[in-house]
Design a protein. Structure first.
Length: 277
């Protein structure tokens, strides 16, 4: 996915996105490299240029907390970026992976909970963003929420799913940044490697965004759907970790009370109820 040196790749990608003017340095038209030079980033972080070069080359794997904090400030990382930096620099000990079918299995109690929300779209996804289960209203909201669909693949490759989203550029960027946060430093999962490889070959936009190393945990937010039946509606979402699972999350969507979005969601839920009946 990013080679065998994830910390080095992250540092280089984030450095190349910083412009000299972002950090108060004069802009030089004769620059031949994107972003800051290594020496400039080292100066901002208060470390020697030689030491920083070793970090970007993957020859130093245990930078101190003081160095990590200094790098985070120099790279202008937000809270999600800082957490990701620490995860790459302090990877957890390797653990035995659960069987693939266990990681993709949703508990019966959680399935019952989804079905108990006929007016609230909700689904369960894996850490690879595979839809494992979804209630009727979620499936009516978007074809991407059909169980068995990979949300990352659908976002970039499924034209039917793309037609339902407003502001595609933001959707693309947020989806990749969220996926990066779920992957963390675990880059040796064969299924993850295959998924990133497939999308890198088929989507230039994915390849560009993946190379940026943006990170966004996305515990909550909002999305606008252009639904063919009820028209545009903007839904808030909450992303909740499922305890005792291998990275499963429960995605719950809702509209602002009393809004036109809530009315549209009510109409959609009514149409689903009629269809089910």
């Amino acid at each position: 996915m990013d080679g065998t040196k994830p910390l080095a790749c992250f540092l280089r990608a984030r450095r190349e996105q910083l412009r000299p003017q972002d950090v108060g340095l004069p802009c030089d038209d004769r620059r031949r490299v994107p972003g800051l030079r290594r020496e400039e980033l080292a100066l901002l972080a208060g470390v020697s240029a030689d030491y920083y070069v070793r970090l970007e080359q993957g020859r130093d794997h245990r930078p101190s907390e003081q160095v990590l904090d200094a790098l985070a400030r120099a790279l202008r990382l937000d809270d999600d970026g800082v957490a990701h930096l620490y995860e790459l620099a302090r990877p957890a000990p390797p653990q035995r992976r659960p069987p693939a079918d266990a990681a993709q299995t949703v508990s019966p109690a959680l399935r019952d909970l989804l079905d108990a929300w006929p007016t609230t779209p909700a689904l369960v996804q894996s850490r690879r963003m595979d839809v494992l289960a979804a209630n009727d209203l979620a499936r009516a909201l978007s074809p991407s929420y059909e169980p068995g669909t990979n949300l990352l693949r659908a976002t970039f490759l499924d034209p039917d799913a793309l037609d339902l989203h407003d502001g595609l550029e933001e959707v693309f960027a947020d989806t990749v940044a969220y996926f990066r946060s779920t992957v963390g430093g675990d880059l040796d999962d064969p299924a993850l490697v295959a998924l990133v490889g497939e999308l890198s070959l088929k989507s230039e936009e994915f390849r560009r965004l993946w190379a940026r190393h943006d990170v966004q945990v996305a515990l909550e937010g909002a999305k606008t759907y252009l639904h063919p039946l009820v028209g545009p509606l903007r839904l808030r979402f909450q992303n909740l970790a499922v305890g005792g699972s291998d990275g499963q999350t429960l995605l719950v969507m809702h509209a602002a009370p009393g809004s036109s979005d809530a009315e549209a969601l009510t109409r959609l839920a009514a149409s689903v109820a009629v269809a089910v009946a």
